[in-house]
Design a protein around this ligand. Structure first.
Ligand code: BG6
Length: 510
């Protein structure tokens, strides 16, 4: 029997043979992310010997037509280009297509037959990974269809074979109740160990490196607390707009789209206690503890600690871009937020009184995701320094782009006088490891195949994330006035700068 403490991130690299069934094979996610990720895994020889993909969506097409479509998608979106004809020749015969409506029992009966045939021809040993690349409204129909056709066997342990697993894409619900209902539905049919809720930020190399940086180095962890840290800034800035997803975004907004999941995950990895091991539940237990220690936001605090904004027209990297309200499928009077900034406290022994400032937005000045730890100032200045005193040390973990870890510190400029200057010690992933790092989906698909849920969101974690943001959503719903506007290409609305200025601080310029 396997030692449970050797599951999780420390598990072996063995990937059992399996069939990945993609619901929503005609969608953007399949074209842009999933198929390129699977192809890149094939290039790195990381796929198991017995492997197949069955794509399902509406509209008849042959396996060959599907392979042709996927060839084009991979050619366009793969990080490794051009397509290696030899690898493609091996990979393509494992791709199959089945037409079907997700709400109809017939789809699942046909799928079952198809899987039986494919499994014996491809040697996938009956292991099945269902990928829900579909809008949340389709999830119930698919889960019930799978159950109805006897395509799922409930397991309690990750080592039971043949395995049946399911990957649920975000958004995982649109509030706590819907996330709980979804968990309830999945829980009726699957064991928790069979469910993989994706937050693709966790698959990013630099996000995983937050754990390694913190817990494989002795230098910083002793400083990682209220004694030494003045505050933390978490930025998820995008320069793109809603990219033709106006309809989705109108229902979602920045709080649900980025803060509830990606930004809170960054916060958890920054604030969590060392897990007792890298077992999936040991890591996730610590993250859930952080979420449970987030100070709940009441209506008054929301007014003073949470800022929203919406972009108007402007210039991003020299190009003129339109206002959010002029995007296709967006209401002319929309009050959906495209920017959120907030002050959050983690009420724990380690972080008592240390503010975490979180901001996320679209059409900002540049694309930059980072976590910046601002250390306390020196207690007394013995050097002649200009107004404002000696700058505090800042440790920045840049998640993307230009992945790096930088430490700002003060030094003496060469010369006869003592003149101080801030400099940075800079570690760049690109220069050390080369720039072709795997895409998040490669890592996550592989982890799901080998049954490692460490980098996936657990049921209680997803609900706890909603529990934190829900009062904000409720407060905004009660007061549906349009959010303050900000120019596209800026760093967000004035109120975001005022939020930090009120505390005598300011946002770092990434
Ligand atoms: C997705 C959001 O989850 O993350 C998008 O729905 C956003 O709106 C995207 O653009 C950002 O991901 P990345 O990997 O480009 O930072």
């Amino acid at each position: 029997m396997s030692n449970p403490l050797r599951e999780g991130l420390e598990a072996g690299r063995v990937v059992p043979p399996c069939t990945v069934v993609i619901f929503g094979a005609g969608g953007d996610l399949t074209r842009r992310k999933l198929m390129p990720a699977l192809y890149n895994l094939a290039v790195s020889r990381a796929l198991p010997g017995g492997f197949a993909v069955v794509g399902i969506s509406r509209g008849e097409k042959s396996d060959d037509a599907f392979r042709e479509e996927m060839h084009e998608a991979v050619g366009t979106f793969s990080r490794k280009k051009p397509i290696d004809p030899g690898i493609w020749t091996d990979f393509a015969p494992g791709l199959f297509f089945q037409a079907g409506a997700f709400g109809e029992a017939e789809t699942y009966a046909k799928l079952k037959e198809r899987l039986d045939t494919i499994e014996s021809s491809r040697g996938t040993k009956g292991n099945r990974l269902f990928y829900l690349a579909v809008p949340p409204s389709e999830v119930r129909g698919i889960v019930e269809g799978l159950r109805g056709a006897g395509l799922v066997e409930k397991h309690t342990s990750i080592s039971e074979l043949p395995f049946t697993r399911i990957i649920a894409e975000k958004p995982f619900g649109h509030d706590r109740a819907s996330a709980a209902a979804l968990n309830g539905l999945l829980g009726e049919v699957f064991g928790e160990r069979q469910v993989f809720r994706i937050d693709h930020y966790l698959g990013k190399e630099t996000v995983q490196n937050l754990l390694v940086f913190r817990f494989a180095n002795s230098l910083f962890e002793p400083l990682w607390n209220r004694e030494h840290v003045d505050h933390v800034q978490i930025t998820v800035a995008e320069d793109i707009g809603v990219e033709g997803r106006g309809r989705f975004y109108e229902q979602t907004g920045a709080l649900r789209d980025i803060v509830q999941n990606h930004a809170l995950q960054l916060l958890c990895l920054t604030a969590m206690e060392p897990p007792i091991s890298l077992h999936a539940d040991a890591v996730r237990d610590e993250k859930v503890k952080v979420l449970r220690s987030l100070r709940p936001l009441g209506p008054r605090t929301i007014r003073s600690s949470v800022v929203r904004g919406q972009y108007t027209g402007g210039f991003v990297r020299g190009d003129e871009v339109r206002a959010y309200r002029q995007e296709p499928d967006v209401a002319g009077e929309s009050s959906t937020e495209t920017f959120v900034a907030m002050r959050v406290f983690v009420d724990s022994w380690r972080w008592g009184g240390v503010p975490f400032y979180v901001r996320a937005g679209k059409r900002l000045n540049r694309r930059a995701t980072e976590v910046a730890i601002h250390f306390k100032r020196v207690p007394h200045a013995i050097f002649p320094v200009p107004d404002g005193g000696i700058s505090p040390n800042v440790l920045t973990m840049r998640i993307q782009p230009d992945e790096q870890i930088a430490l700002r510190f003060t030094t003496k400029e060469p010369g006869q006088n003592t003149v101080l200057r801030d400099v940075a010690m800079d570690f760049r992933y690109g220069s050390t490891f080369g720039s072709n790092t795997p895409e998040a989906y490669e890592r996550l698909l592989l982890d799901a195949m080998r049954g490692d849920a460490t980098l996936f969101t657990r049921a209680d974690e997803a609900e706890q994330q909603w529990a934190f943001v829900e009062p904000i959503l409720a407060a905004w719903q009660e007061n549906p006035t349009p959010p303050p506007m900000y120019d596209a290409g800026s760093w967000g609305p004035e109120a975001s700068h005022e939020l930090l200025a009120a505390d005598g601080r300011r946002w770092r310029k990434p």
